[in-house]
Design a protein around this ligand. Sequence first.
Ligand SMILES: NC(=O)c1ccc[n+]([C@@H]2O[C@H](COP(=O)([O-])OP(=O)(O)OC[C@H]3O[C@@H](n4cnc5c(N)ncnc54)[C@H](O)[C@@H]3O)[C@@H](O)[C@H]2O)c1
Length: 351
Amino acid sequence: MKKINFIHVGLGNYSIQRLEILKKNKNFNLVGLVDTDKNKIFNLSKENRKIFFSSISKANAKVKADAAFIYVSANKHAKLVCESLVNNLHTLCVKPISLNFQDFKKIIKIKSKKRNLLLIQGQNNQWNDASLQMKKIINNKNFYGNFKLGYCVTWGRQILTNKNARKDSESDGSFFHSMACHQLGQLVAILGLPLSVYSKSSIGGDRYIGYKNIPRTASGSVIFDYGKARYFTYIGNRSAHGNPQGFAGRWSGDWLFNGTKCDLKRSGGRITVYSNGAVIKDSYLQDIDDYQILDDERQYDNFYKSIITKNRSLEKSTLETWLLMEACNISSRKNKKINISDLKKNIGFKL
Ligand SMILES: NC(=O)c1ccc[n+]([C@@H]2O[C@H](COP(=O)([O-])OP(=O)(O)OC[C@H]3O[C@@H](n4cnc5c(N)ncnc54)[C@H](O)[C@@H]3O)[C@@H](O)[C@H]2O)c1
């Protein structure tokens, strides 16, 4: 099978961890490293210094690449995604691929002219065993029936005082773009997009851990309408006074789904299924790990398979996730229900 030659963009802490995962994956072959900070070259081996560049375009002019992985600060994502697509590279950019609607529109405009390329918003909460099992059960019509009602709660204390995170405390909408996306990605993978979204967000959060009085940075409450009187409710808070669900549960979420045949409850790695007043299944599975290594290993495998087989379902689900993240922001800002198909039309979003 063909190896995918890739350029890795960003040489920060998290990014280097992702690079290590990619280097172990036999389907990918590193051909370029990109960082705007020229001093990063001094951390590289002799061999890697030869493939170090200051931009995707400069790298692509010198090496033969098929794909780019983008892991830099979120405010640079949209521009780099556009540059990567213009350079004819399949692109995986860590969430959020854009911080606003205007930049997302620019990405979609370029993407619509590059239909052979795959564009993925990197998300790492849906490849662990617990997430996969939740999806499998809810999509098993014989066992679960049809979706009727559900909720997800995520509750935690995320410190925003360090240098990287500080931007998150200042940009309106960062709650949905950098926290809710972990749960909304799972929701879209399971139920697809709702018909409409109605969202609210309280102002600010715990100042002691870096929150300012900026809307949509700390929490959000949303009702998703799936039609035919089917609703899903989401409540997320990252500025709580503690982490009652622990690390994994905080990112993965606490979930309850009511189906026509049974109910599914997920708390981190534990999945319990109830039917006719009794527990019919109770399992403890691998949840997201501290450094999201397992999830990303599997995500990269899926990216590879999607490129090779030209399967677009991963692209569709991750871009729809971005749309849902932003629909929550728009609804909260405008204080009104947002119709998802109108939003798609407005962007020219056809996948
Ligand atoms: N769970 C998650 O999904 C998760 C967790 C942590 C971080 N992240 C994401 O990963 C990103 C990277 O994290 P990190 O710890 O590696 O960040 P970092 O701030 O340590 O490093 C970012 C690097 O990108 C470089 N850079 C900045 N602009 C650039 C550009 N235009 N082109 C090329 N390089 C550029 C910087 O010089 C720096 O070396 C974060 O901003 C965040 O979006 C996601």
